[in-house]
Ligand binder design. Sequence first.
Ligand SMILES: O=C(O)CCC(=O)C(=O)O
Length: 190
Amino acid sequence: MFERPTAGPEGLQYVSDFISADVERELIARIRALPLQPFQFGQFEGKRRVAWFGYQYNYLSRRLEQADPIPSWLTGVIADVEAFGGPSTEIGQVLCTEYDMGVGIGWHRDKPHFDRVFGLSLGSPCKFRFRKSDGSAWERFTLDAEPRSLYMLSGASRRVWEHSIPAVEAPRYSITFRTMIERASRAAGQ
Ligand SMILES: O=C(O)CCC(=O)C(=O)O
């Protein structure tokens, strides 16, 4: 079940069929029933629609704010993600995202308030692209993220490489689970 990409960013892990087709169907129905809102980047609006739980990053104040509590229908999958992440993995933030056909996400690294990032793909596949500059050229890697798979970004894949998803060909949903940097530092005694 456990697969490490043959080449690609250090710290990237990928596992296919992390959840069953039944659980996938249930999670998609739960996400579709949420009051999803267009992603807000300060004054700009993204085309993907999201719901934040635990914490929400405010692009205007550049601060992390408290969001609605993580709903109980996510408890089982969070327990599985935490088990996958290993000892002391504690998910503090969850983002549910809906990408309609033709919608993607631009190049970025996740905010520094978060530590590791786990992403569950639902509904349709996507090309999960990575890039890293060596000063004169981009080093690139593409992960084919299949529905029901989970990726984990840690190490260089999280902190050094940027990632993006080009416009998807069919509706895709994702749930990203993030550990919090403060909690990770506390656990390490810093
Ligand atoms: O949909 C995904 O798997 C990626 C989401 C992402 O990169 C983000 O929300 O920052």
